[in-house]
Design a protein around this ligand. Structure first.
Ligand SMILES: NC(=O)c1ccc[n+]([C@@H]2O[C@H](COP(=O)([O-])OP(=O)(O)OC[C@H]3O[C@@H](n4cnc5c(N)ncnc54)[C@H](O)[C@@H]3O)[C@@H](O)[C@H]2O)c1
Length: 333
């Protein structure tokens, strides 16, 4: 029997995935290059491609892959795949939902605590000893008891709410027009119908929504101005949801106390961006979901989902199930 060819574009987060693909009967090709041409050269006989953010799967690449059945993203985000192009060609796209719950909620709290306690300043000024003279002139803040607004009460937002409720006795408000009503009840979130009303009430804002046409640029100059003076903003979701020019201005004016930024648009953010001039910002390079534990769980799941699809099974998390509806469907029989 011919082994189905699986192309992995950039190594999987836990490379045990490469071994698992081979054990599951695939012919595996790992392309460890950002060059799309190098990947395209492998696509004419490929049945599946697994792609790691930020590499992009475009319509041209799909045209080079006449036998392609399934595209798997590395995590939850699917903004690096041309979904309409895949659907048009009958190619299924799958993602890996829910794996950010543990690491991204923890990372968000780490950023909150780091910003509120000015961790970057504290570290630098301990190393150069300037902190000893200056430490009583710097304001530090407590998370316990804060009013926290969370945009997007999904896997990550709900887990963050639980941790903030239980661990930090916060009052948690949520904005999410599409949430399943049971989730805020179990996570202890008071849902607010209008975003503006939430922004006026909280001193901490955490962005945990998915990127859609509605959430793109959702938090911009006007929304930041509605937050009370001295608020903290953390974005661990997607860069395009938060306007970083407006955030830099908010920090410069003192309206915003500090910010934690794991995701930017573009990634990386150009070194000339004014946000880098603000000192109470902690940046991380989109690493919130990359813990060792989650990398292993997610990789194992990802391999099993791709192989299930190639074996004619049902995907757990199809992104464009309609790809299998039409005449061009490439669903294995
Ligand atoms: N930084 C990282 O490493 C990392 C890792 C995993 C996930 N993420 C990102 O975190 C975010 C949340 O992931 P998740 O696993 O919780 O996904 P999820 O699908 O469980 O939750 C997303 C939530 O956003 C809500 N939403 C949709 N439109 C909205 C709108 N207009 N206003 C408010 N809320 C809206 C949805 O209803 C849903 O509840 C996503 O953007 C994802 O890409 C980041």
């Amino acid at each position: 029997m011919v082994k189905p060819k699986v192309v992995v574009w950039r190594p999987m987060y836990d490379q045990i995935g490469h071994q698992l693909f081979e054990e599951a009967g695939a012919e595996l090709v790992v392309v460890d290059s950002t060059d799309a041409q190098a990947v395209m050269a492998e696509l004419p006989d490929a049945k599946a491609i697994w792609v790691r953010t930020p590499e992009r799967i475009t319509a041209d690449m799909m045209d080079a892959a006449p036998e392609l059945v399934v595209i798997s993203t590395s995590g939850f985000g699917t903004d690096n795949v041309d979904i309409p192009a895949a659907t048009e060609r009958g190619i299924l796209v799958v993602n890996n939902l829910g794996f950010g719950r543990k690491p991204v909620s923890e990372h968000t709290i780490m950023l909150l605590l780091g910003v509120m306690n000015r961790l970057t300043w504290a570290d630098g000024s301990t190393r150069d000893a300037s902190g000893w003279a200056g430490r009583t002139n710097v304001s530090f803040r407590e998370l316990e008891g804060s009013s926290v607004g969370i945009i997007g009460i999904g896997y990550i937002g709900a887990e963050l709410a639980r941790k903030l409720n239980v661990g930090f006795r916060c009052r948690v408000l949520g904005y999410d027009p599409y949430v399943n009503k049971r989730i805020p009840l179990t996570a202890g979130v008071q849902m607010i119908e209008h975003l503006d009303d939430l922004l006026k009430e909280v001193s901490v804002l955490c962005i945990c929504a998915e990127l859609t046409d509605e959430t793109r640029n959702m938090i911009s100059r006007r929304e930041l101005a509605l937050l009370p003076k001295g608020s903290v903003v953390v974005n661990t979701a997607r860069g395009q949801i938060l306007d970083l020019d407006a955030l830099a201005d908010g920090l410069a004016s003192g309206h915003i106390f500090g910010a934690g930024i794991d995701t930017t648009y573009p990634e990386p953010l150009p070194s000339s961006h004014p946000l880098y001039e603000q000192d109470n910002v902690i940046f991380t390079p989109h690493t919130a979901g990359l813990t060792t534990e989650t990398a292993t769980d997610q990789t194992r799941f990802s391999v099993s989902q791709v192989m299930a699809v190639l074996d004619g099974g049902e995907p757990t998390f199809p992104v464009n199930p309609q790809a299998w509806d039409g005449k061009v469907s490439r669903q294995p029989k």
